[in-house]
Ligand binder design. Structure first.
Ligand SMILES: [Fe+2]
Ligand SMILES: [Fe+2]
Length: 379
């Protein structure tokens, strides 16, 4: 057993090693010196509701951590109480590259960051108000910061420097005949960032350079990094969009449902914004990517025009099949299947590369939170 695991993980691992489900054990006898209350307390909340909120609190802390890194380098440099701090100079070249997607990108990045901190703080405070256990990932801050100008030199929860960005959300939301909940799969729109590893933030100042000879005003590598970020923003927020809709189906309390619907709605707002901006990524050819070690192109999204599966301005969710192929197509969030939603979300973030370098204890803790959330039942 690992020495630094939170006690709840130790307890769950202990129970699993004995081949029993945590829910089946209510006697202290089996638990030895591991206190019963090491299992998370729901307080006055239904235990399933509390487990769902705890997983969401962790997901929001992860979002806050990654968005903070984007904000330090590419956001509007405006610290806003009570959540935003650590914004100083920003990174001029990276910010310039991001504004090639939209001149308002720095404002949007900082606002998205502020929103994630507010989500995490609110959910934890709500849990606390009900006497339920909260989530604190501070002890898992172990990953390095970018060395580029603008980044704070602090430990992070997430790694934005070795991402494999799933861009199948682009094709999924344009499909009028498929739905992941009915078993369909979708190709990456931007295959180059969906394979190998790429950084979405400059790792150092060499990777963030102005270039007045380029039409983009920055080096092609700096623009490639910003383009990667542009698609990653939407990947993250489409995940949040589905996650809230998925978990809302299994909460019991109307007030907890209200929290999930209200916060989940802002994830949708974020996704819609980033979906629109990603379509403005400038094309690039022959970029040497120092992370993958390959020479890569970023496709010209303008050439997708006329192809309904890819065309950039088709940012409204295309009506598609829902629940059953017997119903007429309908414009919807997708996926919304609730089974294993939390575990699948964790899996998607892991496959994204967001946790590369994280400790086994972090994964064990997150898996535990996800499994508890996925065990929650409405009835
Ligand atoms: Fe959020
Ligand atoms: Fe979000």
């Amino acid at each position: 057993m690992e020495p630094n695991l939170p006690i709840k993980v130790k307890r769950r691992n202990f129970l699993k090693s004995m081949g029993v489900a945590g829910a089946a054990i209510s006697s202290g006898a089996l638990l030895g010196n591991i206190p019963l209350d090491a299992e998370e307390r729901g307080g006055r909340l239904d235990p399933g509701d509390a487990a769902i909120l705890r997983f969401l609190a962790a997901a929001e802390a992860i979002e806050a951590d990654l968005w903070q890194q984007y904000a330090e380098l590419g956001g509007k440099q405006k610290n806003e109480a009570p959540y935003l701090s650590g914004l100083t100079t920003g990174n001029t070249a990276y910010t310039k590259a991001l504004t090639n997607l939209d001149s308002d990108m720095p404002q949007y990045i900082t606002d998205n960051t502020d929103d994630e901190f507010s989500h995490a703080a609110f959910i934890n405070e709500y849990l606390k108000s009900k006497g339920a256990d909260t989530v604190d990932l501070t002890s898992f801050r172990s990953l390095p910061s970018s060395k580029a100008t603008g980044a704070q030199q602090i430990n992070r929860l997430t790694n934005l420097m070795e991402l494999t960005v799933d861009t199948s959300w682009w094709t999924r939301y344009r499909s009028g005949s498929k739905n992941p909940d009915l078993g369909d799969s979708f190709p990456d729109a931007i295959a180059v960032i969906g394979t190998d590893r790429h950084t979405a933030i400059p790792r150092n100042d060499d990777e963030a350079q102005l270039d007045s000879s380029s039409p983009n005003g920055v080096t092609d590598l700096t623009q490639f990094i910003a383009n990667t970020a542009g698609f990653h923003f939407a990947f993250i927020e489409q995940g949040g969009t589905s996650l809230y809709a998925q978990l809302a189906q299994r909460v019991k309390s109307v007030e907890v449902l209200r929290i999930l619907l209200s916060i989940g709605g802002t994830e949708i707002a974020h996704f819609q914004t980033w979906h629109d901006k990603a379509g403005n990524c400038p094309p690039l050819t022959g970029v040497h990517d120092p992370v993958s070690g390959k020479v890569v192109d970023f496709p010209d999204i303008g050439t997708f025009a006329g192809n309904d599966d890819l065309q950039a301005n088709l940012i409204m969710p295309e009506p598609t099949i829902f629940l059953s192929r017997k119903f007429p197509v309908v414009s919807i969030i997708r996926p919304t299947e609730t089974k294993k939603a939390a575990s699948n979300a964790l899996q998607a973030l892991t496959a994204d590369g967001l946790f590369r370098g994280q400790s086994p204890g972090f994964f064990a803790y997150m898996r535990d939170l996800a499994e508890d959330a996925d065990e929650a039942r409405r009835y």
